[in-house]
Design a binder for this molecule. Structure first.
Ligand code: UDP
Length: 251
């Protein structure tokens, strides 16, 4: 039986989602590391129609100075949506949602970073949503982790994130905007894949303990898939740098 919410068919008779995906299918993912010249690190991540550009500056001097910590760097994160990223123009002033998401993303990234190597400095991360179609916080985490690695910030590992959720009895992975808005539950999750640590887990909606377990399991599988793509994009970046250096030397 099809599942309809607010006049939108979220799951059709054949069990396919509004964009034709199977329950555990990810949207096409494209990743590019090192896309900005002026930033110390940067990455562009596309998860379906959701596109996020992350940039990292630092470690660098802190202003105002009194915020400096004597034993480690401070991490600053700003998540913003471009005014043109959503159908209805987004007001340029930071909204409550953007301020909250900046905090949530910072807390998801911090456990992976080795901040005590750079006392009295700041590491600044900007995640700019260029186009939003659900899952912008998880795409921001995926992009920011890569931009931090690209900036050469020492890390335990990357951080990888995905949103999972529920539509009726269906568990769905990598929610689009419609599923996020009209689905019965959505649960963004971020993990440090090598340590299996969960650094972000939020939930909007309701689930049974069994559905929660199934969501977590599906999220872990998706995270490993995305993690492989993140590593591949980093590897490609380093091969590119090596090529540029060799060309430079042969001049
Ligand atoms: N959204 C929007 N306008 C806004 C904020 C969000 O259209 O001002 C849409 C956007 O597609 C976003 C989705 O709503 O991806 C879900 O937003 P949510 O707050 O759940 O965060 P996200 O899923 O993007 O992490």
């Amino acid at each position: 039986m099809a599942i309809e919410r607010n006049g939108v068919i979220l799951i059709d008779e054949e069990g396919r989602r509004s964009d034709g995906r199977k329950w555990d299918e990810l949207r096409p993912i494209h990743i590019k590391v090192g896309v900005l010249r002026r930033a110390d690190g940067s990455a562009l991540v596309e998860m379906g129609k959701t596109k996020v550009l992350a940039s990292v500056y630092g470690p660098r001097e802190i202003h105002p100075r009194h915020l400096a910590l004597p034993d480690k760097a401070i991490l600053r994160v700003a998540y913003r949506m471009a005014t043109f990223s959503v159908t209805e123009r987004k007001k340029p002033q930071p909204s409550r949602r953007e301020i909250e998401l900046s905090k949530v993303i910072k807390e998801a990234l911090a456990p992976a970073l080795i901040l005590d190597e750079f006392p009295r400095t700041a590491i600044e991360v900007y995640a700019l949503v260029l186009q939003a179609d659900g899952g912008t916080r998880v795409a921001s985490i995926n992009a920011a982790a890569l931009a931090l690695a690209d900036a050469g910030i020492p890390m335990k590992d990357l951080v990888t994130a995905i949103a999972v959720g529920r539509i009726g009895n269906y568990i769905v992975v990598d929610l689009n905007d419609l599923e996020d808005k009209y689905g019965d539950a959505d649960m963004p999750i971020a993990m440090i894949p090598v340590t299996d640590e969960i650094t972000l887990l939020q939930m909007d909606g309701t689930m049974t303990p069994e559905q929660f377990d199934k969501c977590l399991e599906a999220a872990k599988r998706a995270i490993l898939e995305i993690y492989d793509l993140q590593k591949e994009a980093l590897r490609y970046r380093y091969l590119q740098i090596k090529k540029e250096l060799m060309e430079e030397q042969s001049k």
